[in-house]
Design a protein around this ligand. Structure first.
Ligand SMILES: Cc1ncc(COP(=O)(O)O)c(C=O)c1O
Length: 401
């Protein structure tokens, strides 16, 4: 993993693009990535450009349309799918909602979720139950972190009326990377569609969504891709397209005749887009994605993430007052640890103490622990500094050396 001097220079130059990385030791990429300077500048420049053209004008229409196409294409290209399959959204959960409210549910339909799905996704499913009388249940994937086969566990929990299975590609609270292609195949064989929560996979795993073949893949630009908050996307597999109806409807998705009357919907990803949006964020996300690609391929970045997370995990497992859930090195950039303490608020206390010293991590409630995210941008020296500071913080808070 040790970088050659030229590789180290290359990484240092890359990090210079991120103002937040100059003043912070950043381990929260899975919450929100730091925005590169070029993206901030692009937002500013795009606002000026729009004012010069006239915010509501033919010129603006052309400009916004061109930029939207370019970003849709960039997202599609990075995920290896046609651009027409991409719906631009605000974030992960908007994409999940488009799918969850877009399926024409029948009373008695069943949704299967993993037991590690994001609470707001579970809340949406609960609301579907109240409105439409659907059923839902969970399959226990949290316990497959170190042993067991998630495909088999999920399969056992499919029911004859299971219409949709909701799975996160990377489990946000354990870091398990699910064997998604195999899981999708099993679901399809059982006539169930698959909605993937891709909050923690896009920008981390090298992805080919065509090959993965999930029906719906909801993600965001603002986490591992380090784009601006408020811009995400949803991939809808062409084979699943007709099973979804638009719920929120606006001019972006409506098909009109020559008189401007609505006569249906567009027949690509735009169908599920709604109304006026901030086009500057599209340019900023493109800048961020291009910057990552300029450093290395998705595979190269992922390999660096893997070696860095292993480096951190190896140090954490040797600390006597910590417990790491994983018995083998992490499979992605999410690293979790628990502090052995009788204090129920110990994890908040540790995270707050670390933040005071410039180290940004987060707590997780279930399982009760602390999460550190390493990206390819992370330096080994940052990991060393985190471990040293963590030892000091633990010595103060739990008397651990
Ligand atoms: C697994 C998972 N799903 C959904 C979300 C929500 O993402 P967003 O804010 O983009 O809707 C998060 C955010 O951390 C997440 O980790």
């Amino acid at each position: 993993m040790t970088l050659s001097p030229s590789e180290h220079d290359h990484l240092t130059q890359q990090r210079q693009h991120f103002p937040a990385l100059q003043t912070k030791t950043y381990f929260n990429y899975g919450g929100q990535g730091p925005l590169p300077q070029g993206a901030i500048a692009a937002i500013n420049a795009a606002h000026y450009q729009l004012q010069e053209v006239g915010p509501f004008s033919f010129g603006a229409y052309v400009l916004v349309g061109q930029e939207t196409d370019l970003t849709r294409n960039a997202i599609a290209q990075n995920l290896q799918v046609p651009a027409q399959t991409i719906t631009l959204t605000d974030n992960v959960l908007t994409g999940c909602n488009i799918v969850l409210w877009g399926v024409p549910w029948q009373s008695g339909d069943h949704i299967l979720l993993s037991d590690c799905e994001y609470p707001a996704v579970v809340a949406t499913v609960q609301e579907l139950q109240r409105r439409f009388g659907i059923e839902y249940s969970f399959c226990p994937l949290m316990d497959t972190l170190n042993q067991g086969d998630p495909v088999a566990v999920m399969q056992e929990h499919l029911q004859p009326k299971t219409r949709l299975v909701i799975l996160s590609h990377v489990l946000w609270n354990t870091g398990k990377v699910l064997p998604m292609k195999a899981m999708v195949q099993v679901c399809h064989e059982a006539n169930a569609q698959v909605l993937v929560d891709a909050a923690q996979s896009v920008g981390v795993l090298p992805l080919n969504l065509t090959d993965l073949n999930a029906d719906f893949y909801a993600f965001t630009g603002h986490k591992w891709w380090c784009g601006p908050a408020g811009l995400g996307a949803l991939y809808v597999n062409p084979v699943a397209y007709d099973s979804l109806r638009p719920t929120f409807i606006g001019w972006r998705g409506v098909l009109k005749d020559d008189q401007g009357h609505p006569i249906g919907f567009l027949d690509d990803g735009q169908r599920f887009e709604v109304s006026t949006y901030d086009f500057t964020s599209l340019i900023a996300l493109r800048e961020a994605i291009a910057l990552h690609n300029s450093w290395g391929t998705a595979e190269e970045r992922f390999q660096r993430i893997l070696s860095l997370s292993e480096y951190l995990w190896q140090q954490l497992v040797t600390m006597p007052h910590l417990h790491c859930f994983r018995t083998t090195p992490p499979e992605c950039g999410l690293v979790f640890f628990q502090v052995k303490s009788a204090n129920p608020k110990i994890h908040s206390a540790v995270v707050q103490a670390l933040e005071k010293q410039g180290f940004l991590l987060r707590t997780i409630l279930e399982p009760d622990c602390i999460r550190a995210c390493v990206n390819y941008l992370t330096l080994e020296s940052e990991i060393d500094a985190l471990v040293t500071t963590l030892k000091t913080v633990l010595a103060e808070l739990v008397g651990a050396g």
